[in-house]
Design a protein around this ligand. Structure first.
Ligand code: ZN
Ligand code: ZN
Length: 165
């Protein structure tokens, strides 16, 4: 994952729009994260008085599992970030850094780290996912069951209160 910015650096332009598709070719990383290998990077590279920086987002999808109904679904994430483009990585710094070498920005490891750090721990297949019956396990998104569940949705309690008044 590299972007050649030679032309941009030699020009008078102060910013360069980026919209690139990349493939993550690290099999181990892909299988560990269930990441789709095709990712997108979009944003802008800026020349600043004290250096070069990137502002934008990495967009990726991965195979996720709903925390409520356990269905597998493709989760799409757009992670906005800023990065400093530096000749040498500064281990002490905690900002995102892309290394520039021969006027080419090298992003591989930094992008993988960004993706890894931004993957949500718990997601739902949809915000209204009804989940599974705690007694028989049917998926309430598709089916009903005969179980008498005492668990109620707190949103319905509120509704009941409203109706009472
Ligand atoms: Zn779900
Ligand atoms: Zn049930």
């Amino acid at each position: 994952m590299i972007i050649d910015i030679n032309k941009f650096l030699s020009s008078d332009a102060l910013s360069l729009k980026i919209n690139e598709n990349f493939v993550i070719d690290d099999k181990e990383f892909l299988s560990r994260t269930n990441l789709n290998e095709n990712i997108e990077l979009k944003g802008e590279i800026f020349k600043l008085r004290d250096g070069i920086s990137f502002t934008g987002a990495v967009i990726y999808t991965f195979e996720d599992e709903c925390a409520r109904c356990l269905k597998e679904f493709e989760n799409k994430i757009e992670n906005k970030f800023q990065a400093a483009i530096v000749p040498e990585e500064d281990e002490e710094s905690d900002e995102v850094q892309f290394v520039i070498k021969d006027r080419t920005v090298i992003m591989g490891e930094a992008i993988k780290q960004l993706i890894y750090m931004s993957m949500p721990m718990k997601t739902l297949c949809s915000k209204d996912c009804k989940g599974l019956c705690p007694t028989c396990g049917v998926n309430f998104n598709y089916e009903k069951c005969q179980c008498e569940n005492t668990l109620t949705d707190p949103r319905f309690d509120k509704l009941k209160d409203l109706l009472k008044n």
